[in-house]
Design a protein around this ligand. Structure first.
Ligand code: ADP
Ligand code: MG
Length: 238
C-alpha cells in the first residue's frame, strides 16, 4: 500500500512562509492533480514529498511510514520534471537503466526492467538510439521510462508537458493516464493548466498562495466550486 498522507504541512524559506498548513490524503493507486497559478507552492509541496526540500513543520507519510527525515532514495518515489535532462552520450536503454546501474543492480535485471518499460512506452524500436535522434515526445517517454524502471510506489510529476507543443501535450496526457491504468501507481501530478487537471485527475487539489482552496473529483469542483477563486480558475480557458 502506498497511500500518501500530508498533515499540517508548513514550509518557510527563512522568514518567508510559502506553505501554510496543508492537509492532503491520497489513497493508494489514486491519480491526484495539484493545480494552481504560478508561485502558489506546487513545486515546493512536491519537492517536500520527494525529499528534495526539508519540511518546516507537519508530517508526510508514504505507505504508513513517516518519511520526513528519509533521503529521496529511501522514499520509494520517482519524479519526472519539466526539464528532464537525458544523458546526451548514452543510448535510450542506458539512459533508462542508469539509476539502476548506480544501485549496482545486476545487468540481467536492469535489461529486463528496461525492456518492460520500453514495451509499456512503445520505445522498443528506439533503445539503441541517442537522445538527439528522438522527437520531443519520444524524449519525454524516455524520461518517464527512467522513472518506471525504478518500480516506485509513488510517481511525482512536476509540469512534465509544459515544454511540448499543444498537440503533443494532449497526446501525452492520454499516454500518462494509460500508463496509470496499467500500473496503478499512486501519482501526484503538478500543473498550472486547469484543462490538464480536469482531464487527468481522479482527484484535484486546487492551491492558492500556499493554501488549499478546494479538493475533490473534477466534476465536483466544476459543479460546486467552493469559492470564487476555484470557480474562476476551473472555469477560465487555458
Ligand atoms: P509553483 O510551483 O506553484 O509555481 P513554487 O513552489 O515554485 O510555486 O514557489 C512557491 C513560492 O516559494 C514562490 O513565492 C517562490 O518564489 C518561493 N520559493 C520557491 N523556492 C524558493 C527558494 N529556494 N527560496 C526562496 N523562496 C522560494
Ligand atoms: Mg512549479
Amino acid at each position: 500500500m502506498a497511500d500518501v498522507r500530508i498533515e499540517k504541512l508548513y514550509k518557510a524559506y527563512g522568514s518567508l512562509e510559502v506553505i501554510h498548513g496543508v492537509d492532503i490524503d491520497i489513497p493508494d493507486g489514486r491519480f491526484v492533480v495539484l493545480v494552481g497559478p504560478s508561485g502558489c507552492g506546487k513545486s515546493t509541496l512536491l519537492r517536500m514529498i520527494a525529499g528534495l526540500e526539508g519540511v518546516t513543520a507537519g508530517t508526510i507519510s508514504i505507505g504508513g511510514r513517516v518519511v520526513n527525515n528519509l533521503p529521496p532514495a529511501e522514499r520509494n518515489i520517482a519524479m519526472v520534471f519539466q526539464n528532464y535532462a537525458l544523458y546526451p552520450h548514452k543510448s535510450v536503454a542506458a539512459n533508462m537503466g542508469f539509476a539502476l546501474k548506480m544501485q549496482n543492480m545486476p545487468k540481467a535485471e536492469i535489461d529486463e526492467r528496461v525492456a518492460k518499460a520500453a514495451e509499456i512506452l512503445g520505445l522498443q524500436p528506439y533503445l539503441a538510439r541517442f537522445p538527439r535522434e528522438l522527437s520531443g515526445g519520444q524524449r519525454q517517454r524516455v524520461a518517464m521510462g527512467r522513472a518506471i524502471v525504478r518500480e516506485p510506489q509513488v510517481f511525482l510529476f512536476d509540469e512534465p508537458l509544459s515544454n511540448l507543443d499543444a498537440k503533443l501535450r494532449v497526446q501525452m496526457r492520454a499516454e500518462i493516464r494509460e500508463l496509470h491504468q496499467r500500473l496503478s501507481t499512486t501519482t501526484v501530478y503538478v500543473t498550472h493548466d486547469q484543462i490538464e487537471a480536469m482531464t487527468m485527475a481522479d482527484q484535484i487539489v486546487v492551491m492558492r498562495d500556499g493554501h488549499i482552496s478546494q479538493q475533490g473529483a473534477p466534476l465536483e469542483l466544476y459543479d460546486r466550486p467552493a469559492n470564487v477563486f476555484v470557480a474562476g480558475f476551473i472555469g477560465s480557458p487555458s
